[in-house]
Design a binder for this molecule. Sequence first.
Ligand SMILES: [Zn+2]
Ligand SMILES: [Zn+2]
Length: 280
Amino acid sequence: MRRIIMETLLLYITDTLPMRALMGLRFEGVRYAMGTLGVFFTIWVLLAPLLKNRRIRKPMPKKRLHGQIKMELFNSLRTICVFIALDILVFDMAEVGVFKTYRDVADYGWLWFGLSIPLAIILHDAYFYWTHRAMHHKKLYKLFHLTHHRSHNPTPFTAYSFAIGEAVVMYGFVPILMVSIPMHTGAMSIVLLAMIFKNAVGHCGYELFPKGTTKTPILRLNTTVTHHDMHHEKASGNYGFYFTYWDKWMGTEHANYEARFEAVTEKSTASKPARFGTTA
Ligand SMILES: [Zn+2]
Ligand SMILES: [Zn+2]
């Protein structure tokens, strides 16, 4: 019996584990490249000259910016390693049939395929709001969340700049979702891509939403870039990820958020400094 266990373990370590690690690396690599690197090259390299009036805060001095990006890249690499390790665990759990994920659209139909995506995003937003708020508790902040807030003036690379504990919490939603509701693997991939894309955009430092967003019904429920930028600036409030309603309901939205957004978007039409602008 002991020999069988040892042989199975050895086979897992030499055969299954490297294969799953490679799958995880490929998956996390593509996700990172499409999200963070994609947003960096599109916003910071290609569109930066066109967006200069949409800069939310004064850019940092070059030396400080490079130092911050170096730190963020190191933290991101560590986050990717944590995600790959958790991917291996998730692949193992999938193998023994723990999850409700499925591959054939016909199992639940196209209507469910379409509905499961916004539902997953709404659930993720609630998970993010409450775990994020919890990590701001003084007993958890240092261990879990301080690393992310070392980026006071964020860049697209802040998106993955987490301590190990926060990376685990951030990943935690994925298995929770997959044991809770049936998700088609394609729908799941769309949700995961939306997640990294929204994350990188939220840290890009340029306001991309049109003027008047915070005053337009429905659209105002979307978190703008200014929303999360203010969270980094103040290190509190504006805890939401996709939507603003949790912050509105819980009274955690910054009182001057809308005015700040208006001031930032106003700059693009009347080239003047933002009323509430602060430096890094
Ligand atoms: Zn952030
Ligand atoms: Zn925070």
